[in-house]
Design a protein around this ligand. Sequence first.
Ligand code: EPZ
Length: 421
Amino acid sequence: MEVCLDKLVIKGGKRLKGTVEISGSKNAALPIMAATLLASGEHHLSRVPHLRDVMTMGRLLADLGAGFHLEKNKAILDCSRINNYEAPYELVSTMRASVLVLGPLVARLGKAKVSLPGGCAIGARPINLHLMGLEKMGATINLESGYVLVKAKKLKGATIYFDVPTVTGTENIMMAATLADGKTLIENAAREPEVVDLADALISMGAKIKGAGNSTIEIEGVSKLKPLRHTIIPDRIEAGTFMAIAGITGGDITIKKCKADHLDAIINKLKDSGIIFRISGKSIRVIGPKKLMPVNTTTMPYPGFPTDMQAQLMSLVSIADGTSIISETIFENRLMHVAELRRMGADINIDGGTATIRGVEKLKGAPLMATDLRASASLIVAALAAEGETTIKRIYHLDRGYENIEEKLIKVGADIKREKE
Ligand code: EPZ
């Protein structure tokens, strides 16, 4: 898939006003697309966002023998003929979430050969816990020339304890367990809404799952699953990103089609910074204050403050009236946006995984480089409030996780355009 070297040009300083509609969640769509491998037949998925990562997952599934068609946010996946069990390096290296085909392939075909994901910009992100779980369920694991080969005639239910609540690890084991013999217990499971959405999708296919959203999930294996009809939950990180944008520009943005109860940690933290919220059903009106207050946070697994919002919060507080402390505890290298924010005049010191941000009066536009998905979002948050023009290169990172972000921002008055590099 070609990497378009587009850049964004943003003229900051405007108070953004109007409404935005939140797209379907990338991190729910990806595991649920992988889950379709578990059942032969035609699956229908709604509110699927048009994102690079969704297209990459679609291509991977097609390589495995599935039919994949996405039009106007509706995906049709036909998994009647899954005749390949290998996820190649060139796809896995562009998207780590490819590892999500591991559990379903072993459950459906009795084997899977998945390239080890290799490093990623934000950290080593190993998959040892995914493999430990599958081994406990009776699979044999072999590593050969950068690939992991997983085999199991028939997976058996087991009790699996994760020493960290891995999101995709929980998802992989939950999917594998739906067709295993007997009962599987996942202890210290991830509690993210995307895990719950996957469980709901699997239950609609006939899976027997209890406790998704809690730290212990119980899956009773069944012999067969049927194709799903499912609508993806809204993207809570996209919603949080637009809340930060309303806050930093002193704007007034109504965010539609989001689920407020997925956003508690984000809303509470942004309220502490002085942002005002008016929640009514699926719409949240967000009003930015004259002056932002500093806030402290530590990223935690759900329901704590999400690591995927850490960079956006840092941009927000870089112009707060005081000093904020933000600690990143999930990934070991997720502070690369700091160097870019400093180029805009932000006053940030890093000590290990902790950043101390002294608020400055104003940020100044500058030529910037995106490094990873959420860092690119944080640069947009900063650029929209900065004085003057900011260019952000390598925005293919952004296209992985934000659907039509320029159109959505132009609709609320932003001066933003995409230019060919
Ligand atoms: C998911 O990644 C998300 N991706 C990430 O979103 C998100 O940042 C992350 O969860 C944390 O919330 C998808 O859902 C597709 P983890 P995942 O396994 O599952 C360690 C975005 O921006 N770990 O919960 O890969 C790992 O190194 C992306 O949309 C192991 O040590 O994250 C990390 O420190 C970025 N061994 C911690 O656990 C394992 O086997 C949490 O990782 C697995 C994980």
